[in-house]
Each structure stands twice: as structure tokens, then as C-alpha cells.
Design a protein around this ligand. Structure first.
Ligand code: NAD
Length: 262
């Protein structure tokens, strides 16, 4: 009976073509790796060329499907080249994960100490970037009859969060961008959703966080009293990229061990 069940294959991502921006380091590296391991064709679109190439080489060396396409998501021409290179390689674009962000590289400082130029760059990468990437993949998704866009927000949109005010504001924009874009592309059968991760022990986050900050963030207010790791986010991402979520759009899945509830 199981073989004929219409729901049996809804989480299957085999040969799905998925772009992961910022996909070469940190949480994005885990997204790229797990998606490739699930059988997807992954385009790793990070700004750091060396890391991009290294991960693509590692994944293809394991017999998985991956392409490195170095991209600054704030550069419109590069996002258009990214979409074209993806379609040239695999003929379609099924998913876009807007994960690239300026976060771990930003120091934790009071809002009065944020240089205006740094504010502008954060907005360019974290809010204009997802817009430009969505714009670039849209013609392909529309032409093929649908697609999935997953934007990575932050649990800061529920909590506020002290320091990195520009980062917090940029992620609030990502949440509303998700809702508003979902309304614009529903007729094209494109789902637009977001994930709001809690404080996650990515390699980059650890490298840029003091131990006292990390322990301050850790565990006390959660339902699950342990640190969050990148793999905790993968299930929600795969669900939102798969056919199992085809009637879900404009939503945000909060993945933070139950710290915030909304
Ligand atoms: N780690 C956390 O605690 C946490 C919490 C909430 C949300 N998030 C979000 O999850 C995502 C991944 O987090 P992370 O910890 O890996 O962050 P990170 O800052 O360590 O990594 C971001 C990635 O984006 C890339 N990048 C930066 N600028 C880029 C650009 N202009 N174009 C393309 N790529 C660019 C970086 O090279 C890096 O690979 C981000 O969107 C982040 O805001 C993380």
C-alpha cells in the first residue's frame, strides 16, 4: 500500500535544483551539504570564492551534485548571472534559499555606535540581496510553473534582541518581504516562506562570539535546554523546499528550541 500513497514522496528532493546564497560557510554550508546529501542539485552562491569552490569540490568528490557560483547578492548583475548559470547547468530553478547575510562579522555594539555606512551595507546584503535573488530566479520559476523561495530571518524578529540593531531591522524586513512577495507570486505557483533561527552555533558564529555571550544566550529560556546547532534548521528548510509544503506560503517557521512562541 505504501508504494501507491500520494504522500509518500512529498518530502523527496531528488534532483531538485536549489540555490543556497551564503552557502559555503556557517549554517549555509550545512544547508548546501544536507540538500546535496538528500539528492538535490545544489548551487553554492557565496561571496567567498575559495570557500565556494572548496565545498563544491568536496560534495562532487562524494558523488553529490553541486555547482559553485560565486555571487555577491547585493550586486544585481551577479544575481542574474547566478540564475542563468543555474538554468544553463540544470535547466530549471526549483528553490532559492536566501541565506546570505552580514551577521557574524558584525561586532556587538550599542546602536549609537553603528556607522551609517555599515547600516547601509547590512541593508544591501540582508534585504536588497533577497529581493535581487528573488527577482533573478522569478522568470525561471514562472516559466516552469512554480518554485520555492525560503528566506532566512532570525528569532530576533520576535525577541527584539540587544545590539546589532541594523541586523535586527534587516531581518524584520525579511519577514515582511516574505509575506508581501508571497501575495505577488501566488498566481505563479511560487511559495515564499521564511525560517527564523534562534542563536545557532555555526562555525562562523562561534568564531565571532565571546564565550560569555554564548553562555548568556544558552538554554535558560528554551523548552529544550541545549545549544542550537545548524542541523536543527535543516528539517524545516527541507519541508519548505519540498512538495509537502505546497499549500503553505507567506509563513515563518520559528526554529529556536521554543524560546520564542508566536
Ligand atoms: N547563527 C545564528 O545564530 C543565526 C541566528 C539567526 C539567524 N541567522 C541567519 O542564518 C543565516 C546563516 O547564519 P550564519 O551563522 O551562517 O551567518 P554567517 O554570517 O556566519 O554567514 C553568512 C554567509 O553569507 C556569506 N555572505 C556574506 N555576504 C554575502 C554577500 N554579499 N553575498 C553572498 N554571500 C555573502 C558569508 O560569506 C557567509 O558564508 C544568516 O542569514 C543569518 O542571519 C543566524
Amino acid at each position: 500500500m505504501a508504494e501507491t500513497s500520494p504522500t509518500r514522496h512529498t518530502l523527496d528532493l531528488t534532483d531538485r535544483v536549489v540555490i543556497v546564497t551564503g552557502g559555503a560557510t556557517g549554517i549555509g554550508k550545512i544547508y548546501s551539504t544536507r540538500l546535496a546529501e538528500a539528492g538535490a542539485r545544489v548551487v553554492i552562491a557565496d561571496i567567498v570564492d575559495e570557500a565556494n569552490q572548496a565545498l563544491a569540490k568536496e560534495l562532487t568528490g562524494r558523488g553529490l551534485q553541486a555547482l559553485a557560483k560565486t555571487t555577491d547578492v547585493a550586486d544585481q548583475k551577479m544575481t542574474e548571472d547566478l540564475a542563468k548559470a543555474t538554468a544553463d547547468k540544470w535547466g530549471r530553478i526549483d528553490g532559492l534559499v536566501n541565506n546570505a547575510s552580514l551577521m557574524s562579522v558584525l561586532g556587538r555594539k550599542p546602536w549609537t555606535e553603528i556607522p551609517a555606512a555599515e547600516w547601509d551595507r547590512v541593508m544591501q546584503v540582508n534585504t536588497k540581496g533577497p529581493f535581487l535573488c528573488a527577482l533573478a530566479v522569478y522568470p525561471y520559476m514562472k516559466a516552469q510553473g512554480g518554485g520555492k523561495i525560503v528566506n532566512i530571518a532570525s528569532s530576533r524578529v520576535w525577541e527584539g534582541g540587544k545590539w546589532r540593531l541594523h541586523y535586527s531591522a534587516s531581518k524584520g524586513a525579511v519577514l515582511v518581504f516574505t509575506r508581501a512577495l508571497a501575495r505577488e507570486v501566488g498566481d505563479d505557483n511560487i511559495c515564499v516562506n521564511s525560517i527564523s533561527p534562534g542563536f545557532t552555533l555555526s562555525e562562523t558564529q562561534i568564531a565571532n562570539s565571546s564565550n560569555s555571550h554564548m553562555s548568556m544566550q544558552a538554554d535558560a529560556d528554551k523548552c529544550f535546554a541545549r545549544g542550537q546547532v545548524p542541523d536543527d534548521l535543516v528539517g524545516a528548510l527541507m519541508f519548505l523546499l519540498s512538495d509537502a509544503s505546497n499549500y503553505i506560503t507567506g509563513q515563518c517557521i520559528n526554529v529556536d528550541g521554543g524560546r520564542s512562541m508566536h
